[in-house]
Design a protein around this ligand. Structure first.
Ligand code: HEC
Length: 260
């Protein structure tokens, strides 16, 4: 499912869980909250909160105390106040409110296999930034395409594994973030050199590298030739004479099968 699709599913799931928590906390109360107020609270807290978390920093980069502060205030203060919860109800509500988001993520991770999370949407700028940081900090060992053939391993340091092995292709995005943050085996951590936002940009770029090295022919848009296919020559030349490429008509016959 697309990233946006998952986001929508999370939002709907979170809305239901939040509603269920509210109803269970207030179940013993004589006067139940009206459906209207429950609806408004869910929209403000869950829908606006998740949209703010995902897109807020793109529209205007807020300082951290606003970024975390606003969702925390709406979750922990607005609801108890709007619903006039008693102290006992608040003491039951708060721990559940803290656990809800992690519980939802854990559920989808364990039962649906959705472990791939980027904390912000990836666009061309993010990938460019990731490429730039990757080429500065990671290529000396991991190589430009992440195959582990950087120049430092050729001087005797342990050769890192290629990012294109099965295990690392299946590793969740957070795993790469973790390796950069905490180091791995003999590899030092890069938390001091690379800011968290840039570490995520590198993660996105590594995923792009992985896709680029494992793309099936079917992923190439119709009518376009495989860009990494080498040209075919009738005569490769001697170095003193130039190579002579095969005419197009001769070539196209051989490759028709692949590019259906
Ligand atoms: C000085 C060399 C060096 C640099 C620079 C370096 N790494 Fe590594 N990396 C290694 C080595 C060596 C290993 C294997 C460590 C081991 O198995 O003990 C490794 C392993 C890894 C792994 C695989 C972990 C696994 O599960 O096998 C990832 C992912 C990784 N590095 C990411 C990065 C990223 C991202 C950067 C840039 C921010 C980076 N590395 C920079 C040397 C380096």
């Amino acid at each position: 499912m697309s990233d946006l699709g998952r986001f929508a599913v999370f939002m709907v799931a979170a809305s239901f869980v939040f509603l269920a928590v509210l109803l269970s906390v207030l179940r013993k109360r004589a006067t139940k909250p009206t459906p209207e107020i429950l609806f408004v609270l869910t929209v403000v807290v869950v829908v606006c909160g998740t949209l703010f978390a995902r897109y807020g920093h793109i529209l205007f980069p807020p300082p951290w105390w606003i970024y975390y502060g606003i969702p925390a205030l709406t979750t922990f203060l607005l609801r108890p106040l709007a619903l006039k919860m008693s102290l006992r109800q608040i003491s039951r509500y708060l721990p559940l409110a803290v656990l809800m988001a992690p519980a939802i993520h854990l559920f989808f991770s364990v039962f649906v296999g959705w472990h791939d999370y980027m904390p912000f949407p990836v666009n061309a700028d993010v990938l460019k930034r990731g490429q730039d940081r990757f080429n500065v900090y990671c290529t000396p060992c991991h190589g430009r395409v992440g195959d582990g053939n950087g120049f430092i391993p050729s001087r005797g340091l342990k050769r890192p594994p290629s990012y294109h092995i099965e295990r690392l292709r299946k590793a969740p995005l957070g795993y790469f973030f973790d390796v950069m943050t905490n180091g791995f085996g003999v590899m030092q951590d890069y938390s001091a050199q690379v800011a968290p936002q840039d570490r995520w940009a590198i993660v996105a770029y590594i995923r792009a590298l992985q896709l680029s090295q494992n793309a099936p022919v079917a992923d190439i848009p119709g009518g376009q030739r495989d860009p990494s296919e080498s040209p075919e020559f009738r005569d490769v030349g001697t170095g003193a004479t130039l190579p002579v490429a095969k005419p197009k008509s001769e070539e196209s016959g051989e490759n028709k099968e692949e590019h259906k």
